[in-house]
Design a protein around this ligand. Structure first.
Ligand code: SF4
Length: 350
């Protein structure tokens, strides 16, 4: 149990909680100067102090390896800036935009793909900039879906969220409001009935996409928080990042997907790790990710299957990266691989 009941926000807090050792402090000061730290009591309570490779600790406790930069890494790994027509908006695909409401999160993940753009040191979206962003959405009738992201949009107060959702709902061509969040795991108590009500709006569909990477993140409190959305008629999907030493083994990944489904959360995306600076120690190979996906396909319910996605560096968007089960021998003659690895011919049309 985190004795203070407060979010741990710096190395002194982490040292008091015995989550970093004095010998690590010098290197970690450099990491802390560059990237935000926050570990909520709910997350701190999940960390097993006896396990030096604890998968929860690995996601949130700063590591000196974050100082290692590789030439293929980028401060903007998925090209947000190249698709940002006005502050706060990323318009990469024709029918949807990201609306980045805040740069704050309840917790700061060490692998975050926007780690150079988020944290308390980054300025928030000012009211005038929000007006401009909403005017952009209103002026583009092709925008069918708005994804609220950040940072974590659910960090905002229910009153503020209700206002923003109402303004989006007033735009006739916006049919879907999707909210990307880690809050139900990071701080489940903040998913209050008032917050859930703030996200619902008549005539528009609201979806929540939960970010979680390890089955232990779905604590009893987190499950109850997710149930508050589902019980209110808000569908919940999942997104996870494939992380070395966290969920890159078949049993853990399968257990995570089953935990989602048991919570009425449909597995949506398994992201290959983005090329964010200082995150190489947490990335896997694509081949390993495909092997894990093959294992899921064979051994777990169809409900437990996310799509394995790569956000192409440079802002070219997401593509599914397999594995592929179909090959074309000659035009019209297919080979399909079954879940045991057997190959079968699918006959051409008569
Ligand atoms: S919650 Fe999301 S935006 Fe915030 S640090 Fe984690 S990955 Fe990044």
């Amino acid at each position: 149990m985190n004795a203070t009941g407060k979010t741990l926000r710096n190395l002194s807090d982490l040292a008091k909680a015995e989550l970093v050792q004095p010998s690590e402090r010098v290197a970690l000061e450099q990491v802390a100067a560059r990237y935000a730290i926050a570990i909520t009591p709910a997350i701190a309570d999940l960390i097993d102090h006896a396990d030096p490779n604890d998968p929860i600790a690995r996601q949130f406790i700063p590591n000196a390896m974050e100082l290692e930069r590789h030439s293929n890494e980028s401060a903007d790994p998925i090209g947000d800036f190249t698709h940002s027509p006005v502050e706060g908006i990323v318009h990469r695909y024709p029918d949807r935009v990201l609306l980045k409401l805040t740069h704050l999160c309840a917790v700061y993940c060490r692998f975050c793909f926007r780690r150079e753009m988020i944290g308390p040191q980054v300025h928030a979206l000012a009211p005038a900039a929000l007006d401009t962003a909403l005017a952009y959405i209103a002026a583009h009738p092709e925008i069918w879906e708005v994804v609220l992201t950040g940072g974590d949009p659910l960090i905002l107060s229910p009153r503020r969220l209700k206002q923003i959702v109402a303004r989006l709902a007033a735009i006739s061509h916006v049919a879907v409001i999707r909210i990307h969040t880690r809050l139900p795991v990071a701080d489940p108590a903040r998913i209050t009935p008032a917050l859930v009500r703030a996200l619902k709006t008549r005539g528009k569909a609201t979806y929540v996409v939960l970010h979680a990477n390890h089955p232990r993140e779905l604590s009893a409190a987190a499950r109850a928080a997710c149930a508050r959305f589902v019980d209110a008629g808000i569908p919940v999907l999942s997104q996870s990042v494939l992380l070395r030493g966290v969920n890159d083994d078949a049993a853990t990944l399968g257990e995570l997907m089953r935990a989602f489904v048991a919570c009425r959360i449909k597995p949506y995306y398994l992201h290959h790790g983005d090329l964010a600076p200082g995150t190489a120690h947490l990335r896997t190979t694509i081949e390993h990710g495909q092997e894990l996906m093959r294992n899921l396909r064979g051994r777990y319910s169809g409900l437990c299957q996310p799509a394995y996605m790569l956000d192409i560096p440079g802002g070219h968007g997401k593509s599914p990266i397999g594995p592929n089960y179909l090959s074309v021998e000659t035009p019209g003659r297919y080979h399909v691989t079954d879940f045991n690895g057997g190959s079968h011919c699918y006959p051409p049309p008569k």
